[in-house]
Design a protein around this ligand. Sequence first.
Ligand SMILES: Nc1ncnc2c1ncn2[C@@H]1O[C@H](COP(=O)(O)OP(=O)(O)OP(=O)(O)O)[C@@H](O)[C@H]1O
Ligand SMILES: [Mg+2]
Length: 219
Amino acid sequence: MKGIKRIVVINTKGGCGKTTISTNLASYYASKGINTALFDYDPQGSSMRWLKLRSDQMSDIYGVVAHRNAAKSVTMSWQLRLPVETQRVIIDTPPGLKGPELREQLKGVDKIIIPVLPSPLDIFATADFIRDLLLDVKVRLNQTSIGIVANRVKKNTIAFQSLERFLSSLNIPVVARLRDSQNYLRATEEGMGVHELKGKNAYIDRLHWKQVVEWLDKN
Ligand SMILES: Nc1ncnc2c1ncn2[C@@H]1O[C@H](COP(=O)(O)OP(=O)(O)OP(=O)(O)O)[C@@H](O)[C@H]1O
Ligand SMILES: [Mg+2]
């Protein structure tokens, strides 16, 4: 398991893009020939539903339905059940995690991605979540890196300006700003990531994912 990197996509706020980011990330790595596993901790099972839509012609992703397992055994069991050649583990999480559950979910991860939407309620909830993460869960920043991914961004809107103000008040890098785009819906329908869509339409989205992966693959 040397060289394996575990990336969790997490925010207590529902609907901010955890599953979209997890599936796009998993397919990005897989399409580059990197052995990738996708863990779905959400009982709604959206990531696994997406994986089932993926055609056999596309690069393979090893899916793990993780929510059926007792939270306590997670750290051990993922190591036992993963194919030995796994290089990236992407972890999609449910909304509403806190306290011990949140702590358990963050055990042994290398990178934490926090998606946030440009809306006042999302910004409030995310601010609370980040505070919990740093104060209550006491994420050890020397061992784990946290990055924000702003999602469904529409530039030149008041909501975007508020989000930018919030983001600049944090001492956490903003890894990318994903635009609000139908490409994400089109890709999801096909079990793809946006970078796998044909044509020039997704050019900008591909650039965003390059930024995310560059940050993830740093150190
Ligand atoms: N950048 C985007 N552009 C357009 N639509 C998006 C984008 N990101 C996410 N969506 C859409 O927003 C909705 C919520 O996204 P998603 O399911 O990824 O959020 P989530 O955080 O996983 O939600 P939950 O907390 O319920 O698990 C979905 O319909 C998804 O297709
Ligand atoms: Mg989800």
